[in-house]
Design a protein. Structure first.
Length: 286
């Protein structure tokens, strides 16, 4: 039980939404399927299971896969994936996904969605304008990011909480405990003199002594001032333009990198807006 995570399977109504433009949906960070109702079907599930089985065969692995009794979950006999179905009407306390995995995923997804809304409040005239900005391409980015935020330890914990036996023998647990405390006997304090010596070494590395000729050459160089952005809001607008560029060019890697940067900038803008929030006392002072 390692807490390993697979690509998310996303089911939508359209094979290729217009917001993706030149991007090939098959190269996105998720597995993309579509049907008229955006439902999981036996056909989609069968295809997914067969590809998972092939993946495990390539990796020379055999796994158990626990499923509930949804009508779309096909009962297949596979080579490297053994399907085990939970009994009908089993309680959520016996299913690992219901022990905070799904809940944590939703929390992270909503966090990124709210960051986007807060970061773009000033540029929107009303709530309708804000919701129009949220398309499938943004949702896919948040889905991917939310899934990466869930740690392997969380998944392992949720399995253990439902009384799944641990696959790690006692000696491995003891070794992990020893590794966690390996630096417990190291010194964590030093004198002011020690700090002064360390800082002096750092200054020497950052500012090596230059010869007179090098100094004169440096003095003669004229540095042009680099134009930068005044705040995160300005930078975010340029990132959005860059994202549009990658979409039009069909550059999946560029699209993914910039989408991650946009999430970071929206987080920083959200922090900034909360710092500027006034208190109730300042309102009454007016």
């Amino acid at each position: 039980m390692s807490g390993e995570k697979l690509k998310q399977l996303v089911i939508e109504k359209t094979v290729k939404p217009r917001c993706f433009r030149g991007i090939y949906v098959s190269k996105l960070a998720v597995e993309w399927k579509a049907n008229s109702k955006a439902w999981m079907t036996t056909h989609i599930m069968t295809d997914w299971l067969q590809r998972l089985d092939q993946q495990m065969k390539t990796q020379n692995r055999k796994i158990l896969l626990f499923l509930d009794n949804a009508t779309s979950h096909a009962h297949l006999s596979l080579d490297n994936v053994t399907l085990i179905f939970f009994p009908p009407n089993i309680t959520s306390t016996s299913q690992p996904l219901d022990q905070r995995i799904i809940k944590n995923f939703k929390v992270f997804y909503r966090k990124f969605a709210l960051q986007h809304v807060i970061a773009n409040l000033e540029d929107a005239q009303n709530a309708h304008d804000l919701t129009k900005q949220i398309d499938v391409s943004k949702a896919i980015t948040w889905v991917k990011k939310a899934w990466t935020q869930i740690s392997s330890l969380t998944i392992t914990y949720c399995f253990k909480k439902t009384d799944f036996p641990s696959s790690e023998p006692p000696e491995i647990e003891n070794e992990k405990r020893r590794f966690d405390t390996i630096d417990s006997n190291l010194s964590t304090e030093c004198s002011l003199d020690d700090i002064a010596i360390i800082l002096d070494d750092i200054r020497t590395e950052l500012n090596p002594v230059e010869s007179d000729d090098e100094q004169k050459a440096d003095d003669q160089l004229e540095y042009s001032e680099i134009k930068t952005f005044a705040n995160y809001s300005e930078a975010l607008k340029q990132l959005i333009r860059l994202k549009e560029f990658y979409l039009n060019k069909g550059d999946e890697k560029g699209f993914s990198y910039v989408s991650e940067l946009i999430i970071h900038h929206e987080l920083e803008m959200t922090k900034s807006k909360f710092k500027k929030q006034t208190s109730i006392e300042s309102f009454f002072k007016k």
